[in-house]
Design a protein around this ligand. Sequence first.
Ligand SMILES: [Zn+2]
Length: 411
Amino acid sequence: MHTKHCRLCGAELTRSFVDLGSTPLANSYLTAEQVARGEESSYRLHARVCDACLLVQVDEAIPADAIFSSDYAYFSSISSTWVAHARRYAEAMIARFGLGPQSLVMEAASNDGYLLQHFLARGVQVLGIEPAANVAAAAIRIGIPTEVTFFNTDSARTIAARHGRADLIAANNVLAHVPDLPGFVAGFAAILEPEGVATFEFPHLLNLIRQVQFDTIYHEHYSYLSLLVVERVLAGAGLRAFDVEPLPTHGGSLRVFCCRADAAHPTEPRLPQMRALETEAGLDLPETYDSMAPKVAAIVGVFRDFVAARKSSGRRLAAYGAAAKGNTFLNACGVTASDLLCVADRSPAKQGRMLPGSHLPVVAPDVLTAIRPDDVVILPWNIADEIAEELRPLRAAGCRLWVAVPELRQL
Ligand SMILES: [Zn+2]
């Protein structure tokens, strides 16, 4: 096996974080014909940590076109929770930074305009930057000017020359998906006004470790980020963080506020507090990361025993939630369609297909109700309570509901 090098600093990667073996891409849902023809590629899914810069990363870079060429298109506006989150963000930023008709707000990976629409409605100028043409078209239709391109240093310079610089630029849940982290972040230095602000939201590595959220590891997530590493990347691009806000999204995220290194924004007390929290947890020490793999192995072992026990006692087991994290989980556990009846999901685009790897059939929620399994495992633990509420009739009929991460428990 050839040597792997850190995506951020180039050092040799020698320390394992979690090795999940060889699995298909977590968002590659299959048709029955594809399963019958055996059309499925698997790639190594092994997260490592760099001893030199402490970036946690998956070491098998899948070509971006293999990931994005699938017919999977995600429109952010479909999620009402996410749109509400975006509206609160817009209101807070307008108030905090005094944004008005003279200001220009941009978003890198602006999707269908789910975020910028709230600035537009308040009379602030906006510009989206989105690589997926069909998704960008949806934004343009609702009046949001959008450049169809990947955000990087080159495109940032071109956009600044064409449209002017940004007073505020957001990048939500995109840092983890970027193969070239320094090149991406350098674009923000190129596009910001001298006193402009960039905000980055990303799932916080501290929560991933503490709550053993290993199922958030998948090929499309290149990086798993701490404040420590993000500040290192920012410094390399001539930027500095001045504030950080913990958010409940995606099992616990951070929103980092940053500006040019020489800008006047004062450092808020929350920033050193969060740094201290990470240091207390040992995120600055490579050995800390060794604790993850045994915890993952324990969760996988418990779940495999649980499945075997259901099978031997003749109880019928199903799952709910055909999202990426469920696929990582089921494939890490080696669970297949001979172990679980099906997985229910509300997304019509997924119903009738099969999960990558495990090949569980995806059915509509009312099919699950009709099947009346004895046990249902809710895979998206972050919205387990919401789903349990939805499955109340099933539970009333005697079905037991479970979550398996960070530990198996009955709801
Ligand atoms: Zn490194």
